[in-house]
Write a protein that binds this ligand. Structure first.
Ligand code: ADP
Length: 260
């Protein structure tokens, strides 16, 4: 990770992290957290030491999606991230405690980010995946300004309104000079149960990801179908990428592209 203007002690926790990759979206509900979790678990499956930082202050769902209930333990002034499926996890939800409402204003976001970077013992990770807040609001800007990001992946659905929101997000990362690794189009299509391979339904339309990729000259990294298994994996805390099979292969292909 490259260091910005932060004092070295503020970066103590992540100094041995090789690459910090953010996952962003133009708005909520498009599958940003689902992509973060499955990408991280697939990276681990490919032999990379990986962590997830859940920086989605308004909807910190990563502990649920990873099946984590415990609170992290402290050791010598540092917080030890919890580990599941071999992936280290730290979340704003874990800091606050379940169901505790917090009004995340700028200074508080700043303070939390400092703790995540400075006081969490991430150790020598190959990848730290950062689940950003959705959209281009205050929390997102604070996070992108204070975490030294090596790259960002932008998640969208093919739908017109989602694509329009994601343009703003891409604009933000360009202004911040954060390299955009590419676009992930989620909920791209539904395979009809019992149908043939090309028997699909474009629930949210089609072509949005391709159009964005072309307009901004960035790669379209993956097209992920709507699949009940993906949703069940999230709700049950057993991400589908914990097993490598036909359904999860799309996330392993994505992980391979991130490694390259
Ligand atoms: P975001 O982080 O963008 O708000 P989430 O990852 O929380 O979105 O996803 C929103 C909901 O949609 C979750 O319940 C999740 O399980 C479900 N979901 C996401 N992607 C898919 C998919 N490809 N197929 C089925 N359900 C999905």
């Amino acid at each position: 990770a490259k260091l910005f203007g932060q004092a070295p002690s503020e970066m103590e926790g992540i100094k041995k992290v090789k690459r910090v990759i953010a996952v962003a979206s133009g708005k909520g509900g498009v599958g940003k957290s689902t992509v973060s979790v499955n990408l991280a678990v697939a990276l681990k499956g490919l032999g990379k030491n990986t962590g997830i930082l859940d920086a989605d202050f308004h909807g910190p769902d990563i502990p649920i999606m990873m099946g984590i209930k415990d609170r992290p333990l402290g050791s010598k002034g540092m917080l030890l991230p919890l580990e599941k499926y071999g992936v280290k996890v730290m979340s704003t939800a874990t800091l606050a405690g379940e169901g505790v409402p917090i009004v995340w204003r700028g200074p508080l976001v700043n303070k939390a980010i400092k703790e995540f970077l400075g006081k969490v013992k991430w150790d020598d990770l190959d990848f730290l995946i950062v689940d950003l807040p959705p959209g281009t609001g205050d929390a997102t800007i604070t996070v992108t300004k204070s975490i030294p990001l090596d790259g960002v992946i932008v998640v969208t659905t093919p739908q017109k309104v989602a694509v329009s929101d994601v343009r703003r997000a891409i604009g933000l990362f360009k202004t911040e000079e954060i390299p955009i690794l590419g676009i992930v189009e989620n909920m791209s299509y539904l395979k009809m149960p019992g149908g043939s391979e090309d028997d699909i339904l474009d629930i949210f339309g089609s072509g949005g990801g391709e159009k964005l990729a072309k307009a901004f000259q960035i790669p379209l990294l993956a097209k992920i179908p709507i699949d009940p298994q993906i949703r069940i994996g999230g709700d049950s805390g057993e991400p589908i990428s914990a097993k490598r099979d036909e359904t999860s292969e799309v996330f392993f292909t994505l992980a391979q592209k991130v490694i390259e």
